[in-house]
Design a protein around this ligand. Sequence first.
Ligand SMILES: C[S@@+](CC[C@H](N)C(=O)[O-])C[C@H]1O[C@@H](n2cnc3c(N)ncnc32)[C@H](O)[C@@H]1O
Length: 241
Amino acid sequence: MTSLPSTEGRDYSDTYDPDADFDRHYTIATGRRIATWVEPGDTVLELGCGTGLMSAEIMAASAPGRWVGLDRSAAFLERARARELPAATFVTADLDDLATVGESFDHVLATNVLHELADPLEFLRRAAARLGDGGRVHVSLQNPLSIHRVCAVELGLIDSLVEVSDRGRQWGTRGLWTVEDLTGLARDAGLDVIAREGVMLKPLPNHLMEQLPEQVVEGFIAAARHYPDACAMNYLVLGRG
Ligand SMILES: C[S@@+](CC[C@H](N)C(=O)[O-])C[C@H]1O[C@@H](n2cnc3c(N)ncnc32)[C@H](O)[C@@H]1O
């Protein structure tokens, strides 16, 4: 392991670009799935919205009535606002303090963010408290059982499937959770799993995936439905019953 400084708990917008990083594929693929749940006029709270890449993806496919995006990074939010998305408000906030949002929403999004928070359970409880009747929490998170991590263990590059990689540490990852771990966390927060999908089969590390033609990456995104357990990300739709 190298000794890159961890960004745990800190704004990393000077070193990480969500629109350019390979993570953009997860954002877009997950956004497409979430969009199928959003009815015209629905209200959406997006926690850890970054530059608004997911907001834009979902709004391109559906017509929410109100969208509130929260992030701690003023630099990311400036880029989100520059997208000039209809019905969207982007607010600087720490996700450890959801008290800043008083209203209820049809959908609360927390994609690819739980792993950066000090207390994911408390965060999920607060997210659940923001749900209106029949509302849904949409959560996605890296899957420690992803094929590329299994290969990395086999090659001796990491010691265990749940080891936080150097890249992960560089951008604030505090831990990795399996889908069972996430399900348990949701239950402890008073939420049931309504649906579960995998996001993208990813056999290779990011720098090698980036060398593949877009069409091949799209194929790995499409094939995810056949192998949810082996995908790069888990996506869960949560609700109260
Ligand atoms: C990996 S990015 C994911 C962005 C987006 N949700 C997606 O799926 O593409 C995590 C985002 O959460 C934000 N974030 C992490 N911890 C935070 C906290 N405690 N308060 C507010 N924002 C936070 C980061 O600034 C970043 O924009």
